[in-house]
Write a protein that binds this ligand. Structure first.
Ligand code: C6P
Length: 405
């Protein structure tokens, strides 16, 4: 690999510790990544040097905080190659971004009898807000199924689109299977039929170079905490002509132009969708996380994560009775598996005693669990700071745990 793994690991103070007297092996990066010192420092610096409420006051601290906050917006714009800064809306995470879009797009464009296509591999965050919308409007949710390899059955999409289809919503990368979906292909098909597309980028933004113009998506959502940034910060990107037609999601300070009891007018984009005091320090520190990630190089990081994925997969498939869910070639650094005769929860709990952090359960993807006829899995998910040595430790510990049952 062309970046210095040892040096990179040193950037992350939390990775230096021991858990139950063993070096921490952190393989729960799809749930949330850890933060480098640079991001922690940016957070501290904001609070110690220039914290004030943004866009409101005339004083020095508020001005400096506003400039830093807006600088992050520009960094996000450049990161995903959005056309304008007005299209970058800060939220508290992917979940809020999806809820915002589902509510406001729904208010503007969804009528009774309309249809929304949702893939079977979605996280609950990208199912429930659309169900709520469907319930409010009398619209219908249509499911796009996955196959046994964990691949979307794109060939069925053409038939699923009807005259009533208004939107397709799909994850860029599955948080369970690791599957990378062919977004450009889906977008092309959707747009050729006059259908809009929403993409949940929660598991993609730290691992793929996102270009919203090239992908031609109508909406794209992601969370800073899965990108080595602070929690409580997310982004919604949207096409300007859509955002302009969509009503506000929440009312409050900042999102208004003028408030009268006779009627209120709303602020321009992106502020129309940013009601109330946002996570000021979090957004500023997210800027530092973007700098950090770009300094490493998303592609370089992804290449290393791909090596880790292949290395771990090759070792895991040798374990008798172990089944991996999600075997598509186009895959990000996520491995979900079960071992015959051992409950996933027992595996996770025992691995923890070896200092190994994995996630167990349904991963907020019940429909996908139903598809495979399971209750849950063990999930190991990698970041660029993980090593092959850690995978060796994980596989050896897993073998020991299995032998105990
Ligand atoms: N998945 C996981 O362990 P928030 O919580 O709003 O930052 O992200 C929600 C979300 C939306 N879509 C996908 C594909 C996701 O993976 C997640 C979060 C974590 O898989 C926590 S459940």
């Amino acid at each position: 690999m062309s970046f210095d793994l040892k040096k990179r690991r040193e950037d992350f103070p939390i990775l230096q510790q021991k858990i139950y007297n063993r070096p921490l092996v952190y393989f729960d990066n799809a749930a949330t990544t850890q933060r480098p010192q640079q991001v922690i420092d940016a957070l501290t610096k904001t609070y110690t040097e220039y914290y004030g409420n943004i866009h409101r006051a005339a004083h020095f601290l508020a001005d400096k905080a506003t400039i830093a906050y807006e600088e992050t917006r520009e960094k996000v714009r450049l990161l995903i190659n959005a056309e304008t800064r007005e299209q970058i809306i800060f939220t508290k995470g992917t979940t809020e971004s999806i809820n915002l879009a589902a509510f406001s797009f729904g208010e503007a464009f969804i009528q009774e009898g309309d249809e929304i296509i949702v893939s079977e591999m979605e996280h609950h965050s990208n199912i429930v807000p659309w169900q709520l919308l469907a319930g409010r409007k009398g619209a219908k949710i249509v499911m796009l199924p996955v196959d046994e390899e964990g691949r979307l059955k794109i060939e069925q999409l053409e038939k699923l689109i009807t005259d009533r289809t208004k939107l397709i919503t799909v994850t860029h990368v599955s948080n369970v299977l690791g599957t990378i979906n062919p977004i450009r292909q889906i977008t092309h098909l959707a747009h050729s039929r006059g259908v809009r597309i929403f993409v949940d980028g929660a598991q993609a933004a730290a691992h793929l170079q996102i270009d919203v113009q090239d992908l031609d998506v109508d909406f794209y959502a992601f969370s800073a905490h899965k990108m080595y940034g602070p929690n409580g910060v997310g982004v919604l990107y949207g096409k300007k002509e859509l955002l302009e037609q969509m009503p506000p999601y929440q009312g409050g300070g900042e999102m208004i132009s003028e408030v009268k009891f006779s009627g209120t007018t709303y602020n321009e984009l992106p502020y129309k969708f940013e009601a109330g005091t946002p996570n000021i320090s979090g957004v500023i520190a997210f800027g530092a996380a973007i700098d950090y990630l770009e300094n490493i190089g998303i592609e370089k990081a992804a290449n290393w994560e791909g090596e880790l994925l292949n290395y771990a997969t090759a070792l895991l498939i040798q374990i008798p009775g172990l089944r991996i869910y999600g075997t598509q070639v186009e895959k990000s650094g996520v491995i979900s598996f079960n071992v015959e005769g051992v409950h996933f929860f027992d595996l996770g709990t025992m691995l923890d005693k070896f200092g190994i952090a994995v996630r167990t359960g349904h991963h907020c993807a019940d429909p996908l669990m139903d598809h495979f006829g399971i209750q849950g899995t063990v999930r190991a998910s990698f970041a660029f700071y993980n090593s092959k040595e850690e995978i060796d430790v994980f596989v050896e510990a897993l073998k020991k745990v299995i032998s105990m049952f």
